[in-house]
Write a protein that binds this ligand. Sequence first.
Ligand code: NAD
Length: 369
Amino acid sequence: MIAVWQMNSSIISNKGLKPYFYPMKEPKNILITGGAGFIGSHLCRHMVSSYPNYRVINLDLLTYAGNKDTIEDLESYSNYQFVCGDITDKDFLEQLFKEKEIDSVIHLAAESHVDRSITDPLAFVKTNVEGTANLLNAALKQQNFQRFYHISTDEVFGSLGAEGFFTEDSPYAPNSPYSASKASSDMLVRAYGETYGLPYVISNCSNNYGPNQFPEKLIPVCIEKALNNEAIPVYGDGKYTRDWLYVQDHIEAMDLIFHKAENTKTYLIGGHNEVQNIDLVNLICERLEEKLQKESGSLKKLISFVKDRPGHDKRYAIDASKLETELGWKPKYDFKQGLDCTIDWYLDNKKWLERIHSGAYQITNSKKQ
Ligand code: NAD
């Protein structure tokens, strides 16, 4: 039987309001899950450097998507600790929460690639649904637990037509096993708040891009294929539209939401930046042609339309005005600037990519656990 979240006495005596409407006190021991992945690594770096008073515990299983190369620099911070472990292991999590006196969680660990979810949906249910439930259970058992911040995606809302935007009130309508597993995890977080009073916030963000993204996602795939003079695959007619946000802007939004949002709130995060896949790929080719002083059009010739992904959502677009008006967030990077930073990073870090393709990063991962 799960114990109801322990209410602290000052909260109980305060005007009879529900405990979870109170803003968070200063956290001490933050568990960030998935911190060896793309977004989590940027978040861990931001938290350890911006908040020296916090102890950041980065819990990651180091699956194929986790990479210790990416977070090597974090080991020099005295307020940082890496733990290799699995969020689907309930007993391990309960022990970890007790030992590290975890008082808040920012939960990013997930299986995150839509194509992989189509070939192996159960892996997504296991990690994204069961793993999230295990974390919620462990948080519930923790005395003085402050905040469970769940990181989710705009994909839970399904597909838009040519017009309109997702808002916090949009109905959930996931179309892929990935988005269905994320939608399920969002629902579990909400239910733990409603049923047990667990203090939580959720955000649903659009497509992120930036340094350190695993080379199975559209932008790094395109950069890498172009660099290797290989065919650049584009699904269907290439007219799928995504809203792109530079990862650092997502991190700033997360920082605000983690520290300032009222419990039970949900925020949508987006870049006001809708781009069709084909336009994005053309732009990357143009920027690379210029940077590498290649003949104009020489990389665009590599674009190759491939068989569409089943259940492919046509368009995502975000209305982020709630986050902007309530918490004062605005993205800082314009798309061309962010894309240039991203392309330059991949050009300057070819070794990072090589170590992924040779498998050397996984040898390092297994040694450094
Ligand atoms: P990622 O695939 O790069 O990283 C996921 C990390 O989770 C990896 O380091 C992996 O090792 C770890 N992990 C996987 N299974 C685990 C388990 N069982 N136990 C512990 N760790 C495990 O993903 P990302 O792109 O950085 O996304 C992070 C989060 O943000 C995800 O929850 C994703 O749904 C969400 N999100 C991503 C985007 C995006 O555009 N990338 C947009 C919106 C929301």
